[in-house]
Design a protein around this ligand. Structure first.
Ligand SMILES: CC(=O)N[C@@H](CCC[C@H](N)C(=O)O)C(=O)O
Length: 372
């Protein structure tokens, strides 16, 4: 079996959420320490890693980022390497991202290239966000890349296909947390209570009107409530409801409209149900905007390599804190097809591993092109 597929399977067994990637960091370190060290400098950053590979006669430094965290999802595959961490899963392909990065790193150690390479194994992409903080780190100041590259698996494309586009690729995002506080009591005496399940249900329904009624139909947005917590048993009226969700826009200014509408609707629910409603927005991710020249050059290169099919894709409402790197450093992100009937964040996601060696080979050819 290809060694990086084996590595992916080992990583798949140990998913850990943002800033808890201790076993993952240890696994990555053990592998990296087994490589020849003469061109390598490895530094821990929180639960992630920076790995600097010195080039032969560097003119620039190219940054390659792999995110390393998993998700709080109970895996529902029957894979013999399924998650050993009950309730957690690599359901967004970060196990792929890491093994591909290790493959490219291994190549760069065995066959050094002209330029310096900086590998970033970044914690907490799914939240609370590692990219923005990593960007501010001492290591970034020391090894500041001139260009950044990242990839993300895409279940909807065939294994090994590449999809990207110049300009905007992924959306602006903001998490949304709303707490409703009323008055609990006996289910048979609703008039003596302030029922937060009823208030929460109205709030969720009204939030759905924001995109359809407050946004210009030619603009785009998403307001999703993915989690609702309230109540204890059937005959007690709930005094609290907690809603968590995420908002997405293609234009940073549209996010301002979404936030102000959420606040107005939340205040309205507070008034009509005589309860306290607190809305908080956090962990915003900046849009992923691909440098037009660099991504077009990469897409042409990949296409001309003859080894992969390259597709010019549409932008997506996915969020990625890789956007923070691209805000400061020119570069690009692209989709890597992995052909899974179940999508990202699904408990049965089962990406086709054939994409791993294809991606390593392509990235390696791209990074080592123009060698003298
Ligand atoms: C690629 C991907 O699925 N990314 C996540 C990251 C967003 C996290 C953020 N904190 C949020 O939920 O708003 C996504 O959900 O798009």
């Amino acid at each position: 079996m290809n060694p990086f597929i084996s590595i992916r399977r080992e990583l798949h067994k140990i998913p850990e959420t943002g800033y808890s990637e201790f076993k993952t960091q240890e696994f990555l370190l053990q592998y990296i320490n087994s490589l020849p060290q003469d061109r390598l400098t490895v530094e821990k950053w929180e639960t992630g890693l920076f790995v600097f590979v010195e080039g032969i006669s560097p003119v620039k430094t190219i940054g390659y980022r792999a995110d390393i965290d998993g998700l709080p999802i109970e895996e529902m595959t029957n894979l013999d390497f399924k998650s050993e961490h009950l309730g957690y899963m690599h359901a967004c392909g970060h196990d792929f991202h890491m093994s591909i990065a290790l493959g490219v790193l291994t190549q760069s150690v065995m066959n050094p290239v002209q330029d310096n390479l900086l590998f970033l194994f970044q914690p907490a992409e799914e939240g609370p966000g590692g990219a923005e903080r990593m960007l501010q780190s001492e290591q970034m100041k020391k090894w500041m890349p001139d260009q950044m590259i990242g990839l993300h698996i895409a279940p909807e494309y065939k294994a090994g296909e590449i999809a990207a586009k110049p300009g905007l690729l992924f959306a602006n995002t903001s998490e949304l947390h709303i707490e409703l506080t009323g008055l609990g009591g006996h289910a048979a005496y609703p008039h003596k209570t302030k029922d937060m399940i009823v208030a929460g249900a109205h709030l969720i329904t009204q939030l759905q009107s924001i995109v359809s009624r407050s946004l210009d139909p030619l603009d785009s947005g998403v307001v999703t409530i993915g989690k609702l917590e309230s109540g204890t048993v059937g005959n007690i009226i709930a005094d609290k409801a907690l809603l968590s969700g995420t908002m997405r826009t293609l234009d940073p200014d549209t996010m301002i409209i979404l936030k102000s509408r959420v606040e107005a609707i939340a205040n309205g629910i507070g008034a009509s149900f005589d309860c306290e409603v607190k809305a908080e927005f956090n962990q915003p991710y900046y849009q992923v905007y691909n440098d037009e020249t660099l991504v077009s050059e990469f897409m042409n290169f990949a296409s001309e390599s003859g080894s992969v099919k390259v597709i010019e894709c549409e932008k997506a409402m996915t969020g990625e804190d890789f956007g923070y790197f691209l805000k400061e450093i020119p570069g690009f992100m692209f989709w890597l097809g992995v052909d899974s009937p179940h999508g990202l964040h699904h408990a049965k996601l089962n990406p086709n591993e054939e994409a791993i060696p294809i991606a390593i080979d392509l990235m390696w050819k791209y990074l080592s092109r123009n060698q003298e």
